[in-house]
Design a binder for this molecule. Structure first.
Ligand code: NAP
Ligand code: MG
Length: 404
């Protein structure tokens, strides 16, 4: 069989632990036999990040800017325990945070819905996509502990020396403070990404913040979104028969639970972080959530929404069989390949990625699945398989479909 040719490399970012193992298996079994895979490889595994003093992460982000499409494996965000475990030179920052800070943009997360797994929320009939603003707020904060009584102030010094000053709090004892920020430019690019995604996928767009309490910070998000919508998108939304509306985050939560799904919920950075895990879990599993970062310049980074599945990895190291779900990682690859195929006008690549996605969904709907799904499926007596067996089952179906 001839393999599919690629013209532009994908930026491939390898990662850590169990997902690193899955990464290699996906490539060997499901990609390399079919595609003349062209990637520019960056090893974001923690040992190599440490060796390069994390410059590899920045280099990978720059490469995404250059080529336009990247695919990333889950990576460890080091904490004190990891510094010890890996004997690190420094407690390196979250690679996702570093990449998002360089690319800016919005993360879209949508659950993979299979007919044998019913969402925990009975009314949900269609996937809910979370659009997460991926810049600023507490992810770029400055914070410290206040050690003793004293006055905390918020000071802004303009370029020309003019100052604004507000008392945050007169501390009568120890406490905590933090400073956060966001930029009009980043909020505007979030708005454009959300409106375009809604038009692309023909889904309603909801946006929520806490503007009743945060009368300037959150309110600015609301105002910028509304202005851009009114001037540039209202007519297109009308023509497409879709709707944009703003509501308070607490109201949004209640409406989401009562909804039938099938819309995009735009959230600020932290809300999006938390709500995407809730939505993913309620639809089935974090391993069934796709995630893509869309930058204002039109770059795309595909990843899984879950972590490196450490507990499974330690079992794997002991030689025990694992049953880790590879769907989110696989869909990161298919999403990136499809995008590359569209940008480079290689329809075979798009078709291949679609077929691979279908083969993997069919595998689950045939009742063959990893343990996380077996626990929640409607199918009686599912065939529970190991990490590797699951990939081989997908390959069998893929080969059958490609032979047709
Ligand atoms: P995690 O890797 O997402 O795993 C948490 C638990 O969720 C697992 O122990 C497992 O539950 C279940 N799970 C997650 N993904 C699964 C899959 N594909 N198949 C089956 N079960 C799955 O989160 P974590 O343990 O909190 O974090 C581990 C490491 O990942 C940390 O070092 C963290 O920094 C990193 N992390 C990276 C990213 C990223 O790169 N995008 C995101 C989050 C966390 P059971 O053990 O009950 O089976
Ligand atoms: Mg999270």
């Amino acid at each position: 069989m001839t393999t599919i040719r690629m013209t532009t490399p994908l930026v491939e970012m390898d990662g850590d632990e169990m997902t690193r193992i899955i990464w290699a298996d996906i490539k060997t079994e499901l990609l390399l036999p079919y595609i003349d895979l062209k990637t520019e490889y960056y090893d974001l595994g923690l040992p190599h990040r440490d060796e390069t003093s994390d410059s590899v992460t920045t280099a990978a982000a720059e490469a995404i800017k250059k080529y336009g499409v990247g695919v990333k494996c889950a990576t460890i965000t080091p904490n004190a325990q990891r510094v010890e475990e890996y004997q690190l030179k420094s407690m390196w920052k979250s690679p996702n945070g570093t990449i998002r800070a360089i690319l800016d943009g919005t993360v879209f997360r949508a659950p993979l819905v299979v007919n044998c797994i019913k969402p925990s929320v009975r009314t949900w009939e269609a996937p809910i996509t979370i659009a997460r603003h991926a810049y600023g707020d507490i992810y770029r904060n400055t914070e410290y502990r206040v050690p003793c009584p004293g006055k905390a102030e918020l000071v802004f010094t303009a370029e020309n020396g003019k100052q604004w000053r507000e008392t945050i709090y007169d501390f009568e004892g120890p406490g905590i403070i933090q400073g956060i920020h966001n930029k009009d430019r980043s909020i505007a690019s979030f708005a454009h990404a959300c409106f375009n995604y809604a038009l692309d996928t023909k889904q309603d767009l909801w946006f929520s913040t806490k503007d009743t309490i945060s009368k300037i910070y959150d309110h600015t998000f609301k105002d910028i979104m509304q202005e851009i919508y009114d001037v540039e998108y209202a007519q297109q939304f009308n023509a497409a028969g879709i709707e944009y509306f703003y509501t308070l985050i607490d109201d949004a939560v209640a409406r989401v639970i009562r909804s039938r799904g099938g819309f995009i919920w735009a959230c600020k950075n932290y809300d999006g972080d938390v709500m995407s895990d809730m939505v993913a879990t309620a639809f089935g599993s974090l391993a069934m959530m796709t995630s893509v970062l869309v930058s204002p310049e039109g770059c795309f980074e595909y990843e899984a929404a879950h972590g490196t599945v450490t507990r499974h990895y330690y079992r794997h190291l002991k030689g025990e069989e694992t049953s880790t779900n590879c769907m989110a990682t696989l869909f990161a690859w298919t999403g990136a390949l499809k995008k590359r195929g569209q940008l480079d006008a290689i329809p075979e690549l798009v078709t291949f990625a679609d077929t691979l996605e279908k083969a993997s969904m069919d595998t689950i709907e045939d009742g063959c699945m990893t343990k996380d799904l077996a626990l929640i499926t409607e199918i009686k007596d599912p065939k529970v398989v190991s990490t590797r067996e699951f990939i081989l089952e997908i390959r069998e179906r893929l080969d059958r479909m490609l032979a047709r």
